[in-house]
Ligand binder design. Structure first.
Ligand SMILES: [Zn+2]
Length: 315
């Protein structure tokens, strides 16, 4: 039974954004002297993001995901550098390039602007760098959308090298948020439950998923989402692994759930379809060999890995 197997997945280099090599060194975030020295040092590197899109250097056919301070300043007007941590002992920062520069950056021969999903799917960079770029994007997007205090409405300021915003008017502090999402397969014997959202590409089926709500455990959220979307009741829940998902700032929490009922009643607002798949069918889907051309989410997405766990844990 898949629930009782010791699922030790280990590092998943193909799971996008999930493998960190950054040393966050949180104690440096309030050390103004160190930060100032680090930003100006020739060792410092900067991940630059413009309109949610990473800006990459491009020279001699090679993509370069980080810039020196001089090269970053050459991109246009920059926001305040956020300290991500040390990468290979070098201070690594995230900077926002003002949105007005987007079109001119796209025209430059020495740059490429590549969206994060494509970057992850193509495996352009090491897993550690992809994690750092995802962290940079999640942080910068949060700052861009949280310029005002949610308590009193006054404009807030960046603090702790980007890991807080502080309101000088009411003294409240605000922290970059991560929105937890449960993503799971309900399993009944040799079958699992998958669905397709209306916006999915033709033929795509995947795990069910949904945002966690206040007051819920992971297990409660898994059971509620499956019940709401398909009418299927579930019991025991097993956590597998998680994936930071910077679109804009989620954590995907991968689980398996034991189905207690089989009849499906879909929530038409959430799903276009849901049905049971045998383990053999899921294997065909993952291998791109399903007779009805049903396809899986890409390998960099946790849904693909959860489906693979279900297939691998046969018997
Ligand atoms: Zn305030």
């Amino acid at each position: 039974m898949v629930f009782f197997d010791n699922v030790a997945l280990g590092p998943s280099p193909e799971l996008g954004f999930a493998t960190a090599s950054l040393e966050r060194d949180a104690w440096r975030r309030d050390d103004q002297d160190w930060l100032k020295q680090a930003i100006g040092s020739h060792e410092a590197r900067f991940i630059a993001i413009c309109k949610d899109t990473p800006v990459l250097g491009f020279a001699g056919g090679v993509l370069q995901p980080v810039f020196t301070l001089g090269a970053a300043k050459d991109l246009g007007s920059l926001g305040e550098p956020l300290f991500l941590g040390l990468e290979n002992a070098r201070p690594l920062f995230a900077v926002d390039v003002a949105a007005g520069h987007f079109d001119e950056l796209k025209l430059r021969d020495d740059l490429k602007l590549i969206d994060m999903r494509s970057m992850a799917m193509q495996g352009l960079f090491t897993p550690g760098l992809l994690n750092a770029i995802g962290t940079a994007k999640a942080m910068l997007t949060w700052h861009a959308r949280h310029g005002f205090c949610s308590n009193c409405g006054t404009a807030s300021v960046v603090a702790s090298a980007g890991w807080k915003r502080r309101c000088e008017a009411c003294k409240s502090e605000h922290f970059p948020r991560t929105d937890p999402v449960v993503i799971m397969l309900a399993i009944r014997g040799d079958e699992c439950l998958m669905g397709r959202a209306p916006q999915f590409p033709e033929g795509r089926y995947s795990c069910l998923a949904g945002f966690m709500e206040p007051g819920e455990t992971i297990e409660d959220a898994v059971r509620r989402e499956i019940l709401e979307e398909t009418g299927v009741r579930t019991g025991r829940v097993r956590y597998l692994e998680a994936q930071p998902w910077p679109f804009p700032g989620s954590l995907m929490i991968g689980c398996l759930a034991e189905a207690l009922s089989t009849e499906i009643t879909i929530d038409a607002n959430e799903l276009a379809d849901a049905r049971w798949f045998t383990r053999e069918e899921v294997r065909q889907v993952l291998q791109g060999q399903h007779p009805k051309d049903i396809t899986a989410p890409p390998r960099m997405a946790i849904a693909n890995h959860i489906m693979q766990v279900f297939v691998d844990r046969a018997g």
